[in-house]
Design a protein around this ligand. Structure first.
Ligand code: MSP
Length: 504
């Protein structure tokens, strides 16, 4: 048994979650469920990023105190995760003392060691990004709301770690995935790395963790939030738990927060004397009408509506099936419905109904005895033997979309197998145990059972229902060998939980 620690970013509680946020959380949940099924000890952490300018502004617009605002808004995330069957082990809020106390302790330690120093700085400040930016960055036009600002601040000696970081990235090919993102960071690190401004004067921003050695300042939100990945697992308070989980197996993030995770975070860890994460995985964006789905563009798809209309598992399936990890993907309701009808209602759901109805009608609702296999049977057996291995390998390589395609393709093979065997015809002549129809239906159901087990991490609720319908509810999910659904096993009640969506 090995340990598997996985995290999502902490979401800003300035607005309602959209499917971009849901995507990362579902991906983490799928991987966590997969590893639990495989017998690993899993810790899945998510939570909310509750300090900083964005949250302070959101609260100000609503004319409420930031603390009341975050207490109210955090629930929106927690409720959505519940509806999406997100089975996290811990939910951290950056306003909790288990986090804020550790952040303050680290600031003090680093200040005493000289890793943090005060300096007067004059430069261009991006209000929207909440940080000082270089002239070159402004020229490149990536930043909004720029103003000239001179103020005293505290700085972290990030530049000291530039060489060590480059060395680490180059010697650990798994550290930043995919490869394109790794190259992007190495490109960024070719230019000299500046020290990082890690404070904000309270006159400008009051909603943050107070700097322990200067009460006129609060901590820069990223220097606070990133530390959640270690404070949540007992760093500085319970070393046994901390050593059990750290280093993290995967930090899942979107590509827009790569620099903070692949540059700020590892240098902070180096200064704190903590080993680096095993892997940082950056995915692409869900787009809507060719632009990134985001609050400011007003083009977000609300996952709650999709769940209410089509069910949580269908949403999970679509998001996992239609995004190639690392690339952007486009969301349209049309493609969602098309995918649902083709894969879930048709290839999977109809198959379940077809097979179980015949067994109910002709074999008293019990899995029949098989006779000898012919070549067509043996071809399906061979497919059913290789599918689990391929799926496991693909999931370990984080190619969830390919893993799903492999399983769906197994279902399509069962459908073709049934067409070739036509048990609905042969049964009229021979409905005996061990006869041709009996053999076909027993084998088709067993392979369908294997495919359903493989889909379980992505659609936990619906596949459990289907496994019960197939009479396979008691077979452990990781036991995907052929032949485990025994003759005589009784089918459960019910029909496929994927009715066709009809569009007017
Ligand atoms: N609070 C920071 C993260 C701190 S982690 C210590 C933050 N929050 S966020 O709410 O703005 O974004 C959270 C995550 O959602 C990021 O990984 C971001 O990439 C992701 N997404 C936001 N919009 C997205 C899409 N349209 N598509 C996919 N993911 C996107 O950044």
């Amino acid at each position: 048994m090995s340990k598997f620690y996985i995290t999502t970013p902490l979401y800003y509680v300035n607005d309602k979650p959209h499917i971009g946020h849901a995507y990362t959380t579902i991906l983490a949940d799928v991987l966590a469920r997969y590893h639990r099924i495989m017998g690993d000890e899993v810790h899945f952490l998510t939570g909310t990023d509750e300090h900083g300018q964005k949250v302070q502004e959101a609260a100000a617009i609503r004319k409420v105190d930031p603390k009341n605002h975050v207490d109210e808004f955090v629930v929106r995330f927690q409720e959505l995760w519940e509806k999406l069957h997100i089975n996290y082990d811990d939910f951290i809020r950056t306003t909790e003392s288990r986090h804020t106390d550790r952040v303050k302790e680290l600031l003090t330690t680093l200040y005493e060691k000289g890793e943090i120093y005060a300096d007067e700085y004059e430069g261009l400040y991006s209000v929207s990004e909440e940080r000082f930016v270089t002239e070159k960055e402004v020229e490149e036009g990536n930043f909004r709301q720029i103003k000239k600002l001179k103020e005293k601040n505290y700085f972290f000696r990030m530049s000291n770690y530039q060489d060590a970081l480059i060395e680490h990235i180059e010697s650990h090919p798994e550290f930043i995935k995919p490869e394109t993102r790794k190259n992007e960071i190495l490109g960024f690190l070719r230019k000299p790395l500046n020290d990082l401004c890690i404070s904000r004067p309270k006159s400008r921003l009051s909603w943050g963790i107070e700097i322990p050695f200067d009460q006129d300042y609060v901590t820069y939100v990223w220097f606070d939030a990133l530390l959640n990945y270690v404070t949540a697992i007992g760093w500085g308070s319970d070393e046994t738990i901390f050593n059990k989980w750290w280093p993290v197996n995967y930090h899942l993030i979107g590509k827009d927060i790569l620099t903070t995770h692949a540059v700020y975070w590892p240098t902070m860890l180096m200064a704190a004397g903590i080993p680096l994460p095993m892997s940082i995985l950056a995915h692409g964006w869900w787009m809507s009408e060719k632009s990134k789905m985001s609050k400011s563009l007003g083009n977000v798809v609300n996952p709650l509506e999709l769940i209410d209309d089509y069910g949580a598992d269908s949403v999970r399936f679509f998001l996992m099936r239609d995004m190639v990890l690392g690339m952007d993907a486009n969301f349209t309701l049309e493609s969602f419905i098309k995918r649902y009808n083709a894969d879930l209602a048709n290839d999977y759901g109809n198959l379940v109904n077809r097979v179980t109805m015949l067994i109910q009608k002709h074999f008293d609702g019990k899995i029949p005895e098989s006779g000898d296999y012919d070549e067509i049977d043996l071809a399906l057996v061979a497919e059913a033997k290789t599918a689990p291995q391929s799926v496991n390998k693909l999931i370990q390589e984080l190619k969830i979309h390919d893993a799903l395609e492999t399983t769906l393709s197994l279902f399509r093979k069962i459908n073709r197998y049934l067409e070739a065997k036509a048990p609905w015809k042969s049964i009229k002549e021979d409905s005996s145990q061990g006869g041709s129809a009996a053999t076909t239906l027993a084998l088709a159901t067993d392979v369908l059972r294997i495919g359903s087990q493989l889909l379980n991490p992505v659609m936990p609720e619906k596949t459990t229902a289907i496994l019960n319908i197939l009479g396979a509810g008691l077979i452990p999910l990781n036991e995907t060998n052929i032949g485990l659904l025994k003759p005589g096993s009784e089918l459960g009640e019910g029909k496929s939980p994927f009715p066709r969506i009809t569009v007017e």
